[in-house]
Design a binder for this molecule. Sequence first.
Ligand code: TYM
Length: 340
Amino acid sequence: TPRVLSGIQPTGDSFHLGNYLGALRQWVALQDTHDAFYCVVDLHAITVEYDPEALRRRTRVSAAQLLAMGVDPERSTLFVQSHVREHSELAWILGCLTGFGEAGRMTQFKDKSAKQGTGGPSVGLFTYPILQAADILLYTPVPGAGGQGFQVPVGEDQRQHLELTRTLAQRFNHRFGETFALPEAYIPKATAKITDLQEPTAKMSKSSSSPQGIIDVLEEPGSMRKKIMRAVTDTGTEITYDEEKKPGITNLLRIYSALSGSTTGDLERQYAGAGYGSLKKDLAQLVLDTLTPIRERTEKALGDEEQLDRILARGAARAGEVAARTMEAVRDRVGFVGRG
Ligand code: TYM
């Protein structure tokens, strides 16, 4: 079976609708056809200012949400990145293969570093994409054995990091011999970029959206409904799918379509002549119907912390076996003396 790997940062006390539609729903679906590795990337979360106790809590809340959304620990390997030390180790080696200028061209670094406060951006924020490349390449299938179709389900904002990952894999293979299969970004177009409800040309983002612009997965129903009803819409009254002229309505139609299974064309017909308000009202209900059970299951999963930690420990053991095998080959190829 082909492999799939993805990661999500435990920033904030809840994932948001962009995470869910852009990536996490695909994680769940891909379990049926792939050998899946999914990790909560706590090492990435410390690249910006953070509070240790909040990180610990958010890592568990993140894992609980993934379980609640349908990540099945019997079929998939769900783990915490810092539990598998090889991630840091491979990141170091790949960092030595990355050009300084190459890392400096990452647009997410440029965006995020501009927002860092007093201390300025950390070196960790700069090398962040290299750690991401390590996350992925550790789980690379053995060359020649199912290397094809190694996919990484993510949103559009991760495309450049995936390209860097492929570049580094190719560079490593070229220099040290065929080691890594090349991963492919899996980015379904319809949900690749869910936008901010208040600023519909910008992506919905934990770090840059206002609270009114974001729908949290674990949000209270009342506040969720209000945010959708108050979403910025466009001039005119027609409900038409048009990213250029109607980014607000287009975003709502995309969310609606993803959650309902109707195409955006169907929705245009269904709401022909209806006002923005009726579209929003129905969408709010649909979002609530989708997220309420996830919120309830998250609470339940968090209620048994021991069980949650056991699931993560099992995931780490399984991920660790794969990562250890990859690193053995890597250490040998780069010229390190074996420990014997
Ligand atoms: P993160 O934690 O910011 O986001 C998790 C996933 O959600 C997607 N996403 C969106 N998709 C559509 N519309 C949006 N508005 C939106 N906002 C977020 C992201 O693209 C991502 O797929 N660097 C990664 C985490 C990571 C990773 C990895 C991913 C670390 N190692 C290895 C894949 C493979 C990140 O910060 O995602």
